[in-house]
Design a protein around this ligand. Structure first.
Ligand SMILES: Cc1cc2nc3c(=O)[nH]c(=O)nc-3n(C[C@H](O)[C@H](O)[C@H](O)COP(=O)(O)OP(=O)(O)OC[C@H]3O[C@@H](n4cnc5c(N)ncnc54)[C@H](O)[C@@H]3O)c2cc1C
Length: 417
C-alpha cells in the first residue's frame, strides 16, 4: 500500500498551490485527490488579482453597492447617502497584498522551471464612475485607506477615455488601483498542478475522497474511490465542500458554505479593454484569449449551480452600459461557480485544536485566486512546523469557537443582504 507524508483533499487552486509549494523541496511524498464537483470555484473564477479592490468592497462588492444605492434613490434621498464600503480587516489586506506581490516571480518560476504559463497580465483595476453615488463610494474607499494612497489613482473623464476608449462617454471618471492585476484562472490551477506533478506529486484526479481514517485524535489515512491513502498529514482544500471533509476528519463542524457567483463570457473579441474594470453593476475583464468575462452575482443558494435570466440580464445590461460595443457581441457561455464562503469572509488556515495530522486550507471565498500563492507558502511552513511568514491567528479555526470550545459561527455571510 502506498503511503504519503501529505494527502491534499481537493485540487482546486488552493489544493494545487499547496501541492506545488510543498513539492518544491522534493523531500515529501505528496498526493492530491480531486473530484470535479459541478461548481468548482477555481474554474468559475474571473482570475482577478484585485488585492486592493477586493479588500475595499469593489469587485464582487459591486452588486451589494448597487442594491444599496438603488434603495437610497428609491427612498427619495437627495443628500449624500451613508454608503459604507466593506473594508476588509487589516490582516486580510496585508495578506492579499503580500500574495499579490508574489505573482510576478511565481509566473517566471512556473514558466521557466516547468514550462507552464498562467497568463499574468498587469492591468490595474478601474472603478468606473457614472454618477455622484459612484463618486461618493469611491471617496469613502479612498478615505478608509489613508496609508495606501500610493496605489490609488484618480482619472478624469478625459484620462479614462484616453486609456479606455471603448468605455461609455457617460462615464465621468475612474478610481484606479494600479497594483491589481489578472491571470487566467484555469491556467493558474493547471500550472500549479502540472508543476507539482513534475516535482513528483501524485495526482488522483476524477477521484472522490469518501472518508477519513482516524486513530484517537490523529488522522491516519484518506479513503478514496481508488483505495486508502495512509498519511502523516492531510490538508482540507475541498472548497465549498470542505465541511464534509472536516466532519469526517475531525468530527467538528466547519463554517464553510457555497456562495454562488454567475458569470457571462463573450465570444473572442479584438482588444476592447486595456485593463480590468469594475462598476456598480458588474466587473468586466478581457482575458488573454480575447473573451470578455462579465461577473458576478453573490448568492447564498446552497449547491445550486444554475444560471437564471434575471441575473444574467442584469450583468449583461451593466456591461453594455459601460462598454456600448458589447451590444453587438455574442454570449459564448454562462456559468455559476460556488465560492467557499466563510462567515467573516476570511480564509480558514491551519490546525483544529485537539486533532493531529490535519490542516485546513479553505474558506477563501471570493479571493482564492489572489490568495492562493500566500496560502501555498503558509501551508508549506505549517506542514514543516516552521514559523509562518504572517501571523495566521486571524485565520485560525478557533475564531469561530466560544470559551467552551463550542462552534458559534453561522453558515452564512455576515455582510449579505
Ligand atoms: C464567479 C466567481 C468569480 C471569482 N472571481 C475571483 C477573482 O476574480 N479573483 C479571485 O481571487 N478569486 C475569485 N473567485 C474565488 C476563487 O475562485 C475561489 O476562492 C477559489 O477558486 C477557491 O479555490 P478552492 O481550491 O478552495 O476551491 P475549488 O476550486 O472549488 O476546489 C475545491 C475542489 O475540491 C473538490 N472536492 C470537494 N470535495 C471533494 C471530495 N470529497 N473528494 C474529492 N474532491 C473533492 C471539488 O470538486 C473541487 O474540485 C471567484 C469565484 C467565483 C465562483
Amino acid at each position: 500500500m502506498k503511503t504519503y507524508d501529505v494527502v491534499i483533499c481537493g485540487g482546486g487552486v488552493i489544493g494545487a498551490s499547496v501541492a506545488y509549494f510543498l513539492s518544491r523541496q522534493k523531500d515529501l511524498k505528496i498526493a492530491v485527490v480531486d473530484y470535479k464537483y459541478p461548481g468548482n470555484a477555481s474554474r468559475a473564477s474571473a482570475g482577478g488579482l484585485w488585492a486592493m479592490g477586493e479588500s475595499t468592497g469593489l469587485g464582487c462588492g459591486v452588486i451589494l453597492f448597487k442594491t444599496l444605492s438603488k434603495q437610497m434613490r428609491e427612498s427619495g434621498a437627495t443628500d449624500a447617502p451613508e454608503l459604507n464600503p466593506h473594508i476588509m480587516p487589516e490582516p486580510f489586506f496585508n495578506m492579499s497584498m503580500m500574495s499579490n506581490a508574489m505573482y510576478p516571480a511565481l509566473y517566471d518560476e512556473l514558466l521557466e522551471n516547468h514550462g507552464v504559463d498562467f497568463k499574468f497580465e498587469r492591468t490595474g483595476l478601474k472603478f468606473v464612475l457614472f454618477d455622484q453615488y459612484d463618486r461618493l463610494y469611491a471617496e469613502h474607499i479612498a478615505a478608509a485607506i489613508p496609508d495606501r494612497q500610493a496605489h490609488v489613482r484618480w482619472l478624469s473623464q478625459a484620462e479614462l477615455h484616453d486609456e479606455e476608449p471603448n468605455v461609455s462617454r457617460d462615464a465621468v471618471g475612474a478610481m484606479e488601483f494600479d497594483c491589481d492585476h489578472q491571470i487566467n484562472p484555469y491556467r493558474l490551477n493547471e500550472a500549479y498542478l502540472e508543476a507539482a506533478r513534475q516535482n513528483g506529486v501524485e495526482l488522483y484526479l476524477n477521484t472522490k475522497v469518501t472518508g477519513i481514517e482516524r486513530h484517537g485524535n490523529r488522522v491516519t489515512a484518506v479513503k478514496t474511490e481508488q483505495g486508502v491513502l495512509p498519511c502523516q498529514m492531510m490538508i482540507n482544500a475541498a472548497g465549498a465542500w470542505a465541511e464534509t471533509i472536516s466532519q469526517w476528519a475531525t468530527g467538528y463542524a466547519l463554517p464553510v458554505f457555497p456562495v454562488k457567483g454567475q458569470v457571462i463570457i463573450t465570444e473572442k473579441l479584438p482588444k476592447l479593454l486595456n485593463g480590468c474594470l469594475t462598476t456598480s453593476d458588474c466587473y468586466i475583464a478581457q482575458k488573454d484569449n480575447g473573451e470578455i468575462l462579465i461577473g458576478s452575482t453573490t448568492e447564498e443558494r446552497g449547491f445550486d449551480t444554475s444560471n437564471d435570466v434575471k441575473y444574467i440580464k442584469q450583468l449583461a445590461q451593466g456591461a453594455m452600459k459601460s462598454i456600448p460595443a458589447l451590444r453587438d457581441m455574442n454570449i459564448k457561455r454562462c456559468w455559476a461557480g460556488l465560492r467557499p464562503g466563510s462567515p467573516d469572509e476570511l480564509p480558514i488556515l491551519g490546525p483544529v485544536p485537539g486533532i493531529e495530522g490535519y490542516l485546513n486550507a479553505c474558506g477563501h471565498f471570493r479571493t482564492g485566486m489572489l490568495t492562493s500563492a500566500i496560502t501555498g507558502q503558509l501551508l508549506d511552513e505549517l506542514v514543516r512546523a516552521m514559523p509562518t511568514t504572517i501571523d495566521i491567528e486571524p485565520f485560525a479555526y478557533e475564531r469561530f469557537l466560544n470559551e467552551d470550545g463550542i462552534m458559534i459561527a453561522e453558515h452564512k455571510l455576515a455582510h449579505s443582504l
